[in-house]
Design a protein around this ligand. Structure first.
Ligand SMILES: [Zn+2]
Length: 346
């Protein structure tokens, strides 16, 4: 099946659209990162007035940058999540037209309206930005390492565990009420993800396009519902806890995928399905490929039950979870069983 009646921001799929668009938008600023900029810059038919590197999402820094934008007519975000988020905030502060060009199909930041700001040592979501156009360029995405492209499944695969947790929380009366229409949509994303995963694994443009259509509709549904309960549950809390415990991170989509594999097992929620989807897409899931030590997973799981309480995360399988040696052994075996040779293209 293909996801029908997708809603969300206007999007163009193809090749070279930005290269010609920049002739039509006047003086423009590009917010970018070194790798995607190196791919795109030589193709542009008009040079930007300014190029800034994304990375610093501190509110004060972004506001100072916004105040200085007196010499441009448009803003182009080009790259990963921090480029998208920076461009969104500059648009929100200046109301200059915004164009977003994600460099990986994991970047749902181009389809969400708020900016993830760093403020006072924490993350805060603010602003409301809608781009004129999101440009998904297959040449740009094709220039990225295949494993990172496949990692883009994470924030759709998260519906598998997120929906289970939502049901648990809603039944316990501790959560947003269950919404059948939204939940059905969440299950439809999973069906679509399972269908597109082999295309992604083969490197087909169609796989990238269909994955981005999922992200686009998810962005719309989050805004429409006012929450992301259908796609965010214990797999994300596992990811946040991993970052808090280890003081580092890996690619968001890959970390969330790892969280889905771990938490779907703990939930007793068809853990074979996300494994199958990840394998077909060619996503990295073995700890050694991800550069993750088992000790880090163990520390994350041991901390998780108190972490979700302290952070007041939505109710999930992590609440009250008893993390004993038997559970840790099971999880370790589950992750060890996800051998690289199970995957497509090996
Ligand atoms: Zn996410």
């Amino acid at each position: 099946m293909t996801l029908v009646d997708v809603r969300g921001f206007p999007v163009h799929y193809g090749r070279g659209r930005l290269a010609s668009l920049v002739r039509e938008i006047g003086r423009y600023l590009v917010v970018t990162q070194p790798e995607p900029w190196a791919v795109v810059e030589p193709t542009l038919s008009a040079a930007p007035t300014r190029v800034v590197q994304a990375g610093n999402l501190e509110l004060d820094h972004l506001d100072r940058m916004a105040d200085s934008l007196t010499d441009v007519d448009a803003i182009v975000g080009l790259g990963g999540g921090s480029a998208m988020d920076t461009a969104k905030w500059l648009h929100w502060r200046t109301r200059l037209p915004l164009y977003q060009v994600p460099s990986l199909p994991s970047v749902d930041a181009c389809f969400t309206r708020m900016t993830a700001l760093r403020d006072g040592g924490g993350v805060r979501y603010d602003g409301d930005s809608v781009p004129e156009l999101v440009i998904v360029d297959f040449d740009l995405i094709g220039a990225a390492p295949r494993a990172l492209v496949a990692g883009g499944i994470g924030d759709v695969l998260s519906c598998h565990t997120g929906l289970w947790d939502w049901r648990l929380g809603a039944d316990a009366g501790r959560d947003h009420p269950w919404d059948d229409v939204a939940a059905r949509r969440g299950f439809a994303y999973l069906d679509e993800l399972e269908a597109l995963a082999p295309l992604l694994g083969r490197g087909d443009d169609e796989g990238v396009q269909r994955l981005m259509e999922c992200h686009r509709d998810i962005g719309w549904l989050c805004h429409d519902l006012g929450h992301a309960r259908f796609e965010e549950g214990s797999e994300h809390f596992f990811a946040y806890c991993f970052e808090a415990v280890t003081g580092r991170t890996i690619m968001h989509g890959e970390l969330v995928t790892l969280g889905v594999l771990v938490m779907s097992h703990i939930q007793g929620n068809d853990p074979a399905r996300p494994r199958r989807i990840a394998a077909a897409a060619g996503a990295r899931t073995a700890l050694d490929e991800l550069g993750v030590e088992w000790d880090e997973v163990e520390s994350t799981l041991r901390r998780l039950p108190t972490f979700v309480e302290e952070q007041q995360h939505w109710w999930s399988a992590a609440n009250g979870l008893v993390v004993d040696d038997a559970l840790l052994d099971e999880v370790r075996n589950v992750l060890a069983a996800t051998a690289p040779d199970e995957r497509a293209g090996r």
